[in-house]
Design a protein. Structure first.
Length: 697
């Protein structure tokens, strides 16, 4: 193990404050593209230092420069001239010396003479120290490239240390630079062609633990090459579950036979986080906030990643680690990364419609396959006039179309109870007619009242005791009717409950809306349910009559309609009890998809929801409904979510009926994504939330 302690007297950095991105598993990195002069290391060092200071001012802990940036890539046979070698040495010494006052790790490219050879190197420098140098492993010698004329490959090195700027430093393509004060931050250097070969050095580095893969590149530009580079970088970041930083040579390189566009990219897990301006005449620093915890979470869950590590463990064991204390800022550093406000719902209308269409197809495929397997040709469904049953009814109707059966085989029942409003009842009636289902209406009040009398419940004598028994008697009566109707008609009961309700336990267990023969919405969150309805309107899939009633359903407040009020309007609000679905879906996504700490979830939620003007909104959300939530509110509802999800509702999810998974955000099926004990305690989650998020629960 090789250690860099940084400045004298600098110990372990204190934990950043709650409002710093560095507290929550993020790190800001930079890719710099300075102007260069061919074979002018003095000028190039000056430009490098200027951009390094800019990156440090942006609180980036790592700044990457292009291949051979101190000498220029296009020096050709001038690389063998002693004058250029001496000037490069002076330039390197200056960069090393001045780095002592620059709070970012620099990765610069330079030719290095060592062991009687000339190596094309990436050199990591921090606070006046050279951390190590990585020579290029694969030298292109085809088409316009003649690197073997000047350079030796990494495999030709005779020693694993060399001298740079008067320091004996680690040397080789097997170096991993590991942060001692920022969890999960380990970076590796490769150079240009190394990233284009069938088995890139960065791939093995990722298996050995590198989360940040750095490519110093020159890469001249020709038609189509920029797109290919971008695809290469994003695919590397996806395949290796890593961040990939790419800096290509730009303005000032020789155009004797080639041209240069200075492409700068920061990619993460298959996505481009930031990209610079190509063909820029001015210096550029491109920054991005990479999510180290997300990468770690994906690696932890992707068991095949660990299997690949095992298969290559002998090679991976040869990697050497260089420890470094990164210049993590001690104060507030605001997150600049866009975090989706609705993680299950794309803000872009085109992508959102594509997702809705795909979800719908998955739901229809699941139900149609189940009907074929059981030999059933009919389904029974309860229709309330609310969002969930609306989507389920649409899926059932489309399934009949797919199977070549009449839509009248959908036996739809609306079952008004003690608090059913005239609006939802009428919407249910209109919707059943519009889709072509066989529509029925059963008033459950007589049977529910009989059960209340049997239970000797005060409500049977007119006493307004609207407790959980009162509510669940109605929910149970509805489901009991549906199952017996299915018996009569040789049909399957279709469940309508959604992912958000299952996460919060907002369903009646057993013979209630918790149960069905087959569910279609069980992995669709409430925020996406709305857009499935809107998508149906936009595509006019059910005709103009259905479109009008669907608009009415979208505008109706979400309510179980189980407790009567003074008038016809519902007095119950689901969100007043379990929390705003838009916020709880955000919490669910980050807990289920990544296993995030509650404090991190609160931080991300506050970043997104504290300012309605930040980021993009789906167009279905009108301006007057673009809510904002302060940190105490977020903390309150997150605690409610954690209690419900971890501690009080798992027993319901452990006995879920079958349902198709629709998204990578996860499902809660005990046979699929989520297996958890029904008697777990939420104390660890609530304690972490209380200790690390300002304010008290």
């Amino acid at each position: 193990m090789i250690t860099s302690t940084g400045r004298k007297g600098v110990g372990v950095s204190p934990q950043p404050p709650f409002d710093s991105l560095y507290r929550h598993g993020f790190a800001r990195v930079a890719v710099a593209v300075p102007p260069v002069r061919v074979a002018d290391p003095g000028f190039n060092a000056e430009q490098t230092l200027l951009l390094a200071r800019r990156a440090a001012a942006e609180h980036a802990v790592l700044t990457v420069f292009p291949e051979l940036g101190l000498s220029s890539y296009t020096a050709d046979d001038l690389f063998h001239q002693d004058a250029l070698d001496s000037a490069v040495g002076d330039a390197l010494q200056r960069v090393v010396d001045e780095s002592a006052a620059i709070d970012t790790v620099l990765v610069v490219g330079a030719p290095v003479r060592a062991q009687g050879r000339l190596f094309n190197c990436g050199i990591a420098i921090h606070r006046g120290r050279v951390l190590g140098a990585a020579p290029k492993s694969y030298l292109p010698n085809y088409r316009e490239f003649y690197e073997k004329r000047q350079f030796a490959a990494a495999r030709e090195a005779l020693d694993d240390h060399i001298e740079i700027a008067g320091q004996r430093v680690p040397f080789g393509a097997d170096l991993l630079f590991t942060a001692t004060n920022l969890a999960e931050f380990t970076f590796h250097l490769e150079i240009c062609e190394d990233g284009w070969v069938p088995l890139p050095p960065s791939g093995f580095a990722a298996l050995a633990g590198a989360s940040v893969l750095v490519n110093l590149s020159a890469s001249n530009i020709v038609i189509g090459k920029a797109d290919y580079r971008r695809e290469l970088c994003t695919s590397h970041s996806a395949r290796y579950l890593a961040a990939y930083l790419y800096s290509a040579a730009g303005h000032g390189e020789s155009t004797t036979d080639m041209a240069w566009d200075g492409q700068a990219l920061v990619c993460e897990n298959g996505n481009v986080l930031a990209e610079g301006e190509r063909f820029a005449q001015h210096p550029q620093v491109v920054t991005a906030d990479i999510d180290l915890r997300r990468l770690a979470a994906d690696r932890l869950r992707t068991t095949s990643f660990a299997d690949t590590v095992h298969d290559h463990r002998e090679r991976l064991a040869r990697f050497r680690r260089v420890e470094v204390e990164l210049p993590v800022p001690g104060g507030k550093v605001a997150l600049r990364r866009e975090i989706p406000r609705f993680p299950y719902v794309p803000a872009d209308p085109v992508r959102r419609n594509e997702r809705c269409a795909e979800v719908h197809r998955i739901q229809v495929e699941g139900l149609s396959t189940r009907l074929r397997a059981t030999g059933s040709q009919r389904v029974v469904i309860g229709v309330s006039g609310g969002l969930d049953s609306t989507v389920a009814l649409i899926v059932a109707a489309e399934t009949m179309d797919r199977l070549g059966l009449p839509r009248s085989n959908v036996l739809a029942y609306t079952m008004p109870g003690f608090a059913t409003s005239s609006r939802t009842l009428e919407d249910a009636r209109r919707l059943m007619r519009a889709v072509g289902a066989t529509a029925h209406e059963i008033d459950i009040r007589p049977s529910a009242m009989q059960m209340l009398r049997d239970l000797n419940h005060p409500a049977a004598d007119g006493v307004p005791q609207y407790d959980v028994t009162y509510e669940n008697v109605q929910a149970g009566e509805r489901t009991s009717h549906l199952f017996r109707l299915a018996n009569m008609h040789n049909a399957l009961v279709i469940g309508t409950g959604d992912l958000s309700e299952l996460a919060l336990g907002w369903c009646t267990f057993g013979v209630g809306d918790h149960m069905a023969h087959y569910s279609v919405n069980a992995s669709v969150p409430k925020t996406l349910i709305k857009y499935l309805v809107a998508w149906t309107i936009d595509t006019d899939g059910l005709g103009p009559e259905a479109g009008e009633v669907l608009k009415s359903i979208l505008a109706t407040e979400i309510s179980p309609e189980l407790v009567p009020g003074d008038g016809d309007e519902p007095v119950q609000s689901s969100e007043a009890t379990v929390g705003p679905y838009e916020l709880q879906d955000f919490h669910l996504y980050h807990l289920l998809r990544f296993g995030d700490l509650p404090s991190r979830i609160a931080y991300l939620a506050h970043h997104v929801w504290s300012d309605p003007t930040r980021g993009s909104w789906p167009d279905l959300v009108p301006a007057d409904q673009r809510h904002e939530y302060d940190l105490p509110t977020i903390k309150h509802w997150l605690a409610e979510f954690l209690r419900r999800f971890i501690q009080t509702s798992q027993f319901k999810r452990s006995t879920l009926p079958n349902a198709p998974k629709v998204g990578s955000g996860g499902s809660l099926s005990p046979r699929g994504d989520w297996r958890a004990p029904s008697d777990a305690s939420a104390a660890a989650w609530l304690d972490e939330l209380e200790r690390n998020v300002p304010g008290h629960l």
